[in-house]
Design a protein around this ligand. Sequence first.
Ligand code: UDX
Length: 416
Amino acid sequence: MKTSISVIGAGYVGLVIATCLAELGNEVTLIDIDELKVNSIRNGVSPIYEEGLEDLLRKVNMQVTTDYEKTLPSKIIMLCLGTPSDESGINLNYISEASTKLAGILKRRQDYSVINIKSTIAPGTTEGLIIPSLEKSGKKAGKDFGVCMSPEFLREGKAINDFMNPARIIVGEHDRTSGDVLCQLYEHFNAPIMRTSIKTAEMIKLASNAFLATKISFINEIGNMCKQLGIDAYDVAKGMGFDDRIGNKFLNAGVGFGGSCLPKDLKMLIAKAQEINYEPKILEAVLKLNDEQVVRMLDLLKKHVQLKGAIIGLLGLAFKSGTDDVRDSRAIGIVDALLKEGAIVKAYDPLAIKNFSQIFPQIEYVTIEQVLNSDAILILAECEEFNKLDYKGRIVIDGRRVAKAREAEIYEGICW
Ligand code: UDX
């Protein structure tokens, strides 16, 4: 059934969701306080790099505005605000400000609408922060308006496919009526719908990402042992993965996980555990091991090269291939350490140089050939084009399993 939907927050999740919902024929209004971003989207220019998104954006009919008033006709209002981590922990300001603004609109609404939270938040945040903010409107959740928490599980680089073909749809509902409205929106998706409480939905999102991160740190731990034992961690992962209780996905050993989700969501869960005086042993170990993979990469490099004054070439700056996103990329810790050791860094990435140069304006961004002419090369992302290069005669430390690099004169895989 076609619905009138407002999406608040045109970041990664909000922009992808709004565009996909419009593509599915819903009447969509996308709202963001950033005027520049709104104008760019209105002109069909996506502020983020995501395969297929710009074409879809130019195809769909969607209202894009900074004006919260435009949410008035919408039956469903999706809150897709960022919850980034900063020095003080998780920043809930954006979602808190949006809830307060929305309360001003709700105050004047006579009809029933459902507020659906899509942002990644710790268990208890919707009931503890968002609903009280919305009820400053004088309206009651579950009576005058509905509330749901329905997390997204999009992967960068595959976001449109992941939205259109979800593995599952989680509907955390304040009450049955709220959930009914959301289930109607998703009724034509070919995926199981799980209805549950709001707190449970919040935890499902964090636990899912924490488990993916745990799988990666687990295989990296096994991989680190394999390295010392002369075993290939990828063969081990293959043997493990035949068992569908284990599954063969997310067992690619390497320099570790990055991005705007896995590290942050782990930290959010650890902070929540500490808040309730629970010691999250596994979660803390997952994060610690992930940080140590960067040090391992550098130790392997130092086995072969004196860093002071050496030219070190980097292949891959984004947190993974197929994106321009450098948030919590492994390359950040690597460059930081190389500069501290007095190395000269020459870096290449097919998409992420612009974003990475915001963090490290002082290093050289060069062509792929110039990286190959360095004293040693570190591979930090599994980009297709890296598998076509000539590595003969080079020193290569591989953190992402690029098969062609094995032809190098000196080749070290971090876990193989
Ligand atoms: C992740 C989750 O997959 C997605 O469901 C959630 O909604 C958001 O967070 P994303 O951040 O796009 O998505 O990245 P993902 O593809 O999961 O990769 C995360 C990191 O793990 C990357 O740095 C990647 O290089 C690394 N990784 C992934 C491994 O090191 N080994 C693997 O086997 C898989």
